[in-house]
Design a protein around this ligand. Structure first.
Ligand code: PLP
Length: 369
């Protein structure tokens, strides 16, 4: 081996990087299409774009881009705290909520430790655990829903963090509040419970997850501006926990981890409740529509509470490729060991109809090949 790499951390050898949804520009270049002909329903983004109020705030923030950002994120953290009736000390900002998953690794994981997740949970937990030399215990999730009693049973002496994606990506399922109550009572106080609520705002009647933060020093709730807020490109998310845990995590971050444009856009977006309500309603209708159309076609799907649906198309990778050739970007699920499935983000009504038309074309192709 090249001597430069001989001493690299050995656990990086079999680390498989995250496979993101394909960007529109890449697909346009590869297929020789115009970007405007391509629809991306691959990364659970908001098809309406950012809130106009967020855009305005970001435009204003550009004029002071020569200053370093407020590393403490004062205004945004106050805004979040006020919205949820917490204190500024209960909030940490991340360069996407994914960065807070990394902070948890910095704070708690050493080689030989482990994290507990569901087998088909968001794959970033496992990738980032590996970065710190930690193992992932992926607990079987029958019906593609987290099995919380089994996850509690899986915790051992080397377990540092349990991740619960609620709702989960890519399955679109969630656990109920009473199940979560029982689970959190069972978890040892020395183990951090991270409730990843990236899709929380899409729920019509969201559970009260802040009660866990109030009552348990080992619970952190993760939220993001990437999904309902339509700010995925800015990379900004936040964590809510008791102040001791937040103080610890603050030590692990770089001084200016969240840029000033993102802070401004996020604060304005947070206050634009009407925009979030509009998105939530569009997603609800679009999801009902897609699921009804899947039923008509006798395609198996996992009933979703989020802004995407997992649908069984027989050979996910092949269907993904064929959709891609038509300029329709979705997500193949082999990375999640669900090779028969694709995940499609709920788009605008027009995008959803285009997806179904493309899907019909490529499914027929499959039968006539
Ligand atoms: C999209 C997503 C996130 C958000 O990631 P960001 O880094 O905030 O963009 C977090 N968790 C899950 C389960 C997700 O699907």
């Amino acid at each position: 081996m090249n001597p430069t790499f001989e001493k690299a951390n050995p656990w990086l050898d079999d680390l498989v990087s995250y496979i993101p949804g394909k960007p529109i520009e890449d697909v346009a270049r590869e297929l020789g299409l115009e970007p405007s002909q391509i629809v991306k329903l691959a990364s659970n983004e908001n098809p309406l774009g950012p809130s106009p109020m967020a855009v305005k705030a970001m435009q204003e923030a550009l004029l002071t881009a020569h200053f370093y950002p407020d590393g403490g994120g004062y205004h945004l953290r106050i805004g979040i705290a006020e919205k949820f009736g917490m204190g500024i000390d209960n909030i940490i900002l991340g360069n996407g909520s994914n960065e807070i998953i990394e902070f948890l690794g910095h704070a708690f994981l050493q080689p030989g430790d482990n994290i507990v997740t569901a087998e088909h949970a968001f794959v970033v937990y496992k990738i980032l655990a590996k970065l710190f030399g930690a193992e992932t215990i992926g607990v079987p999730d029958p019906n593609l829903t987290h099995d919380l009693p089994a996850m509690a049973d899986a915790i051992n002496d080397r377990t540092k963090i349990v991740y619960i994606a609620n709702p989960n990506n890519p399955t679109g399922t969630m656990v109920q509040e009473n199940e979560l109550d029982r689970f959190i009572d069972r978890v040892p106080k020395s183990v951090v419970v991270a409730l990843d609520e990236a899709y929380y705002e899409f729920l019509p009647e969201p559970p009260d997850s802040f009660k866990y933060v109030r009552n348990h020093a080992n619970v952190i709730v993760l939220r993001t501006f990437s999904k309902i807020q339509g700010l995925a490109g800015l990379r900004i998310g936040y964590g809510l926990a008791q102040k001791e845990l937040i103080r610890l995590l603050q030590k692990t971050r770089q001084p200016f981890n969240v840029n000033s444009i993102a802070q401004a856009g996020a604060l304005a977006g947070l206050r634009d409740e009407a925009y979030q309500a509009e998105t939530r309603e569009m997603v609800r209708q679009g999801r009902d529509f897609l699921q009804a159309e899947f039923r008509k076609r006798k395609l198996k799907y996992v009933p979703s509470v989020a802004n995407f649906v997992l649908v069984n198309v027989g050979n996910g990778k092949e269907i993904f490729q064929r959709l891609l050739k038509r300029g329709m970007i979705v997500r193949a699920m082999d990375e999640y060991k669900l090779p028969q499935w694709i995940r499609v983000t709920v788009g605008t009504p027009e995008q959803n109809r285009r997806f179904l038309a493309d899907l019909d074309r490529v499914l027929t192709l499959r039968f006539t090949d």
